[in-house]
Ligand binder design. Structure first.
Ligand code: 0O2
Ligand code: 0O2
Length: 283
């Protein structure tokens, strides 16, 4: 891994402080944290997929913050170099989701681990509270224990949870900010705000499509349960000696071709017949 420097001399808080931080050594546990967290969140995804359950995690990436960016951020947050470990995102994990709802599910998954293999220090909801730039994501700062040769070390790491659309926008905006050194021309800034709005709309459209799919699946499930219940009752009717009635009902069932209301009506009629003819075993 390429790092920019192995030491640093910087003016801090008005005083000139000379610090020779061994960055390679300092960053080693952070690198381990990034790797471990990537494995943990990718494992959740793989486990859910293996169980053929829907995974709210689409993919996971991770990065170690560059030394120059750590120094810039420490200066911006007013953190002296002796306490540089207070910079919250030296280790960073990004979890991408397909749908906005998935973000809350991932946040719940992380909260369930609070006090177990990580501690939540802070949450920032930029999904519901979009930044002026147009930026949206859910941020969680955690304290994460690392087992090193010198014993356990707890360090801060940042988890960003966002949709694919939010990620697309943030990645482009980040590169443009880098290109313009943080001073975006007003027309670019305006266009980025418009693009953020488009990303927001896209997330909304995708969520609605998803709701429709879920509704269709629910209806299919209900129809399937109704048909199973009718068939069970017809079998019982037949066993009770009402073969002709059962056959008539069966023919009606075949003619319905999945009309939900008609199916429900038929189910009620069959059930009524059964009750009148004795007892219904099915529920
Ligand atoms: P797969 O098979 O694609 O799921 P690593 O060596 O992988 O541990 P590395 O090389 O530092 O980590 O990569 P990084 O930046 O942490 O993450 C790369 C992961 O993000 C890879 O997944 C990429 O496939 C995935 N990724 C990045 N951008 C996109 C994207 O736009 N769409 C999708 N679907 N995936 C993306 P895996 O799990 O390593 O492999
Ligand atoms: P990098 O290069 O991605 O690591 P604060 O001063 O407390 O409001 P702070 O401490 O930077 O701000 O925290 P915040 O706002 O929660 O942001 C932390 C990270 O979120 C940033 O880290 C970015 O990764 C991302 N982020 C926040 N706002 C924006 C934005 O407007 N656009 C993009 N593209 N990303 C954003 P760094 O260290 O700034 O950057």
């Amino acid at each position: 891994m390429v790092r920019e420097s192995s030491g640093s001399r910087r003016a801090w808080g008005g005083e000139t402080a000379v610090h020779a931080i061994d960055w390679d050594r300092f960053l080693l546990p952070y690198e381990q944290a990034v790797e471990e967290l990537k494995v943990k969140f990718r494992s959740i995804r793989n486990e859910l997929k293996r169980k053929e359950e829907y995974s709210p995690i689409e993919f996971v990436t991770g990065r170690l913050k560059k030394v120059s960016s750590i120094l810039d951020k420490a200066a911006r947050l007013g953190i002296p170099l002796e306490r540089v470990e207070e910079v919250p995102d030296i280790a960073g994990i990004r979890i991408m989701c397909q749908f906005v709802d998935d973000i809350d599910r991932v946040v719940q998954l992380i909260r369930q681990r609070d006090g177990r293999d990580m501690e939540i220090v802070e949450e920032r909801d930029y999904v519901r509270n979009q930044k002026d730039s147009g930026y949206r994501s859910y941020h969680i700062i955690i304290r994460y224990p690392i087992q090193t040769a010198e014993g356990e070390k707890k360090l801060l790491a940042e988890i960003q949870v966002r949709t694919l659309a939010m990620n697309f926008w943030a990645t482009i905006e980040h590169s443009l900010n880098y290109k313009y050194k943080g001073k975006l021309p007003p027309q670019v800034r305006e266009r980025l705000r418009a693009a953020a709005e488009a990303a927001f709309q896209l997330d909304g459209e995708m969520s609605e499509i998803r709701e429709e799919i879920k509704e269709a699946q629910r209806l299919f499930e209900m129809k399937s349960n109704l048909v199973t219940s009718i068939l069970r009752d017809l079998k019982q009717l037949e066993e009770m000696g009402h073969a002709e009635t059962a056959t008539a009902f069966q023919e009606r069932l075949h003619s319905l071709s999945g009309d939900f209301e008609a199916l429900r009506q038929l189910a009620e009629e069959v059930k009524e017949w059964l009750v009148q003819s004795g007892t219904s075993l099915s529920g």
